[in-house]
Design a protein. Structure first.
Ligand code: CP
Length: 317
């Protein structure tokens, strides 16, 4: 099937989803990201000229702390000119359509758009609309996809666990409304993780989720047993219609990650969360700030991973 993310040479043209991306592209991004961090992996290398003369437009129609800021840092480290469109004070509030806004930014010579939008498919729509030399990166669309989050999660897993082929990974929480979970599942299965588990109450699971190649658990004690990686998710209250849960306290009792529940995983299991975290609802502070948590390194790795994606789209070999 034709993949709208790839050009006729099979190279990445846009990054819209991890679904359907071949493993060679996922590994290429992870390897490139490694080249952008220094020896101990704690900092990215200094500025490089790979996007010199290019204009990157951050257009975020939904709030963001991590994604927007790390894209901006990454673009600046690649020597791009970065424009952060302030949607709140833009002409969107006067009724301008998404594609009219994009056309006007193209008239200002945009080379790359980083798009976050509440509507699933918004980044695809822009990618289909723009001229072939312009690239689009999906920074999160509705409940559909958040590919750079999944890629930085894969980078983090490989950093701590070295290989994918021997891992048992559990994704815990609000799978139903989570674009992160969907992108993680596609990336993990493509990279060869043999066992991907999802742990959630029935009300927070999409129907037929097992068709994505995951094992389904409703009980943390069973689902966390002997896993190598625990990927926690935020409760996406803004996307819930009606009461999917009895209460936050009840949710924490059964699905919140505590030291006691984490003890069921392997002793060297790592704990991840894409942020923003709801402490005391999805995760206990003693776990979030504990020795097995790699939540803040995830954020740091996001800079190198986003540098890798943007440099690949810009045609760096
Ligand atoms: N993980 C994530 O997308 O965080 P932000 O909403 O802060 O960008």
């Amino acid at each position: 099937m034709n993949n709208p993310q790839l050009n006729k040479h099979g190279e990445l043209q846009h990054l819209l989803s991890t679904e359907g991306l071949p493993s060679r592209i996922l590994y290429d991004i992870l390897d490139r990201a490694s080249a952008f961090v220094d020896g101990d992996g704690s900092r990215e290398i200094k500025k490089v000229p790979l996007l010199h003369g290019k204009s990157v437009f951050n257009i975020f129609f939904e709030n963001s702390t991590r994604t927007r800021t790390t894209f901006e840092i990454a673009a600046k480290r690649l020597s791009a000119d970065v424009v952060n469109l302030n949607i709140g004070s833009s002409s969107t509030s006067k009724g301008e359509t998404l594609l009219d806004t994009v056309d006007n930014l193209c008239a200002m010579h945009a080379d790359m758009f980083i798009v976050r939008h509440a509507q699933s498919g918004a980044a695809h729509l822009i990618a289909k609309h723009v001229a072939p030399e312009i690239h689009v990166i999906n920074a999160g669309d509705g409940r559909h996809a958040h590919p750079t989050q999944a890629l930085l999660d894969m980078y983090t897993i490989r950093h701590y666990k070295k290989e994918f082929h021997n891992l048992r990974v559990a994704i815990v929480g609000d799978i139903l409304h989570s674009r992160v979970a969907r992108s993680q599942i596609h990336a993990l299965t493509t990279l060869g993780v043999p066992e991907v588990r999802v742990i959630a109450p029935k009300t927070l699971l999409p129907s037929h989720v097992e068709q994505l190649g995951v094992r389904v658990f409703h009980d943390m004690a069973q689902g966390l047993r002997d896993v190598d990686v625990v990927l926690m998710l935020r409760l996406q209250n803004e996307r819930m219609q009606g009461a999917a849960l009895p209460s936050a306290q009840e949710y924490f009792k059964y699905y919140g990650l505590t030291q006691e529940k984490l003890a069921l995983a392997k002793a060297d299991a790592i704990v991840m969360h894409p942020g923003p975290m709801n402490r005391g609802i999805e995760i206990d502070s003693s776990v979030a700030d504990g020795g097995q948590s790699v939540i803040l390194p995830q954020v740091t790795f996001g800079i190198a991973v986003r540098m890798a994606v943007m440099s690949m789209l810009a045609g760096d070999k």
